[in-house]
Design a protein around this ligand. Structure first.
Ligand SMILES: Cc1cc2nc3c(=O)[nH]c(=O)nc-3n(C[C@H](O)[C@H](O)[C@H](O)COP(=O)(O)OP(=O)(O)OC[C@H]3O[C@@H](n4cnc5c(N)ncnc54)[C@H](O)[C@@H]3O)c2cc1C
Length: 667
């Protein structure tokens, strides 16, 4: 096992980034014109990277598997994006954002990266406003903020419940300007299937044109992977159906270390699973926890009556309800971090207090907020002694203005009116904190191969705070990578164009073709989804919200056996010479079947509970996660050695000089 060098600059925390920027090598504008960069992924991280690199003068090629960058999963982001602007005057600062993020991640992230993230957060908002992103505004014109979990300030900027969409339109607009200038060549409906390394450096990719089926070679001086997260290894998640690990995983197999694969975020407020036919779960944004109160009945008999349809939640008196987050965590209440809220909901449901038919749901109730807002609105509208109906109407209007699209989405899916009856929610897989290991410069362990956004192991440690993923993806793309990649590319100013006509490209292309042939010639009877669903069940039951040694060992065996069965018995209809969505899925599921095993192996080796990684053996008497800082205060980065079971662990020790390592408390 080796120790990894994260290349964190020396000096005081708050000066590291500035100092680093001043010291790294630059590429002059004329030389940038001779340098090509491939950016795989055009979600927020990729689009912002590509637009900025092209604006700087590099020649950029972008790739995405959708028909337009606008369809990246980033578009689904609802709640908002954090920035330490302190518009509310509620005591926010770069340090507080840094501190909240380190604490929220249960002290498993890198101090220097997180501080840099906090430092550039305000620039992101300015950049996006300049692009025309329509953030919500207060009456006076200032940008509005709301609160997200794990913090005591309001620092979340938002555009109704469509923040990701609006930010992506901004980044896509910036990309389009460069496409028009000829500085970005955009390859849509293209899937990267492998990385090409020449003389130890990433020099290109092999991609499949998803319409023609053609296998293509693309060369560059550096490759950026901004290919998103791998939550769909669980089959059911809140992520877009296409999200996958293929680009990151194939790069891992070429030498990039994969860090903390077991750190997964389970989001507390999702629409519960309704049956086996489902292929997707729906998020109810965390922003709803600003106003929604989470509860279950205090008495089991009431929970049973509700489940059996004999009692309505609205008929249960306030004193008969258990607002369990407010009870357990009075300081943060309903706005505890996601891992804490999810576990608390699971605990109540496991104890028999769940409120839907399967017993796996808790309530998210807006009645108090509707009443509170309604009374306030009546007063400010000059309506004295407003009756209940008027207060409710006014309150509902305010809730609609804030969260209208989310309420509409809930009603369409569940067929219940959430203004009149509480929403039912349950935790679901939502985000992956693990990913490609990168150093301070966002470079993987393969020189010239960088990773940004959710695809890298990110700055969030063992748990990501709400509204921090958009911040990280855009920080990486607009403000970090464009500087750090120049340092590396300054060595390439005289290299000249990289040819695709080399034995290295030939070899990787042939390997990809063989792999596709192998998939197509498996003559089994099971669909790709058959395997994906089976994998998802193993992952959820044995590597999900709670894990233990025995279950993880079983998962490792079961996933390995499932993978073997997949390669023998999968059935992919059609052929590989044109559009074949089953073939696309098969390639991705094959990678999930390898990643899943490494995930379980990582969770098994980490004999502690931290953030989203909850090992049942390591918990306090109150059921809180118990970290082991003495033995596990490190990033675990795995090196590929043939099979997931043979992967070798490397450590990056985490050094905490600016925060004290203490037990995380939200009480
Ligand atoms: C429902 C939902 C709501 C959310 N709300 C919020 C929120 O309010 N605030 C917040 O901060 N975060 C939120 N998140 C998280 C956040 O949206 C994501 O973490 C973030 O958008 C990821 O951005 P990205 O650019 O890293 O990846 P993505 O947006 O996933 O983009 C990945 C890109 O990579 C491409 N790609 C992938 N593989 C390949 C391949 N092999 N070849 C070619 N292209 C490839 C895709 O085509 C796509 O362009 C939410 C997540 C979900 C699921």
């Amino acid at each position: 096992m080796s120790k990894l060098d994260s290349k964190i600059p020396a000096g005081p925390l708050a000066e590291k980034w500035t100092k680093h920027k001043n010291e790294i090598n630059l590429v002059n504008p004329a030389n940038k014109r001779n340098i090509d960069v491939i950016v795989v992924g055009t979600g927020l991280a990729g689009a912002s990277s590509a637009a900025t690199l092209a604006e700087l003068g590099y020649n950029v090629k972008t790739f995405c598997y959708q028909d337009s960058p606008r369809r990246a999963h980033s578009i689904a982001a609802q709640g908002g994006i954090n920035a330490a602007k302190n518009y509310q005057g509620d005591g926010d600062s770069d340090f507080r954002l840094f501190y909240d993020t380190i604490k929220g991640g249960d002290y498993r992230s890198r101090e220097a990266n997180v501080y840099r993230l906090a430092e550039v957060s305000s620039n992101i908002i300015d950049q996006c406003v300049a692009q025309g992103v329509p953030f919500a505004r207060e009456y006076g014109g200032l940008l509005d903020n709301r609160s997200f979990g794990g913090v005591l300030v309001s620092r979340t900027f938002y555009a109704k419940g469509q923040t990701g969409q609006q930010l992506l339109l901004g980044a896509y607009g910036a990309m389009n300007r460069q496409i028009q200038r000829g500085k970005i060549q955009s390859f849509t409906r293209h899937e990267m299937l492998d990385l090409v390394i020449i003389d130890g450096k990433a020099r290109g990719i092999i991609a499949r044109d998803l319409i023609s089926g053609e296998i293509e070679r693309h060369a560059a001086h550096a490759v950026v992977l901004a290919t998103g997260g791998y939550g769909n290894v669980f089959f059911l998640s809140t992520m877009a159906m296409g999200c996958n690990v293929t680009a990151a995983w194939r790069t891992h197999k070429r030498g990039a270390f994969f860090a903390n694969p077991c750190y997964t975020q389970i989001h507390p407020t999702c629409i519960p699973v309704s049956g086996d036919h489902q292929s997707k779960l729906t998020l109810m944004s965390e922003s709803l926890r600003n106003d929604g109160r989470i509860w279950v009945p205090k008495r089991k008999e009431d929970a049973i009556a509700i489940r059996e349809g004999r009692l309505k939640p609205t008929e249960l008196k306030k004193e008969d309800r258990d607002y369990f987050l407010e009870r357990r965590y009075p300081a943060f209440g309903n706005l505890v971090p996601r891992d804490v809220a999810s576990r608390a909901a699971k605990e109540r449901c496991d104890a028999g207090f769940g409120v839907n038919k399967t017993g796996e749901a808790v309530y998210l109730d807006f009645a108090s907020a509707i009443e509170r807002y309604g009374k306030e609105k009546a007063l400010t509208s000059g309506i004295k002694d407003a009756d209940k109906a008027t207060i409710t109407k006014l309150g509902e209007e305010i809730i609609e203005a804030k969260y209208g699209n989310l309420f509409q989405m809930y009603e369409k899916i569940v067929d219940e009116n959430p203004y009149k009856t509480p929403m039912m929610i349950y935790p679901a897989v939502h985000y992956t904190m693990g990913g490609l290991w990168v150093d301070y410069n966002l470079q993987t362990t393969i020189p010239g191969c960088y990773s940004a956004g959710e695809a890298n192991f990110s700055d969030h440690g063992a748990n990501r705070l709400g509204a921090s993923a958009l911040m990280q993806g855009l920080a990486d793309g607009y403000f970090v990578l464009p500087y750090t990649i120049g340092d590396y590319l300054s060595d390439d100013i005289q290299t000249g164009p990289i040819s695709t006509d080399s034995p290295e490209f030939e070899k990787v292309e042939n390997e990809i073709k063989e792999r596709i042939n192998k998939l197509m010639s498996a003559s089994g009877k099971n669909s790709v989804d058959y395997y994906h669903k089976k994998l998802g069940k193993i992952m959820w039951n044995k590597c999900g919200m709670a894990r233990n040694e025995a279950g993880l060992k079983e998962a490792i065996e079961e996933i390995a056996a499932l993978r073997k069965d997949f390669w023998e018995n999968v059935n992919i209809p059609g052929n590989a010479d044109g559009m074949n969505t089953e073939l696309e899925k098969a390639g991705r599921v094959a990678d999930f079947l390898e990643l899943g095993e490494l995930f379980a192996k990582d969770a098994l080796h980490r004999n502690e509970s931290c953030g989203g990684h909850f090992r049942e053996e390591y918990q306090s008497p109150e059921g809180e996660a118990m970290r082991d800082d003495e033995n596990f205060a490190y990033v675990g980065a795995w090196e590929y050695k043939g099979e997931p079971k043979d992967a070798v662990l490397h450590k990056e020790d985490l050094v905490f000089e600016n925060v004290k390592l203490v037990t995380r408390s939200y009480k």
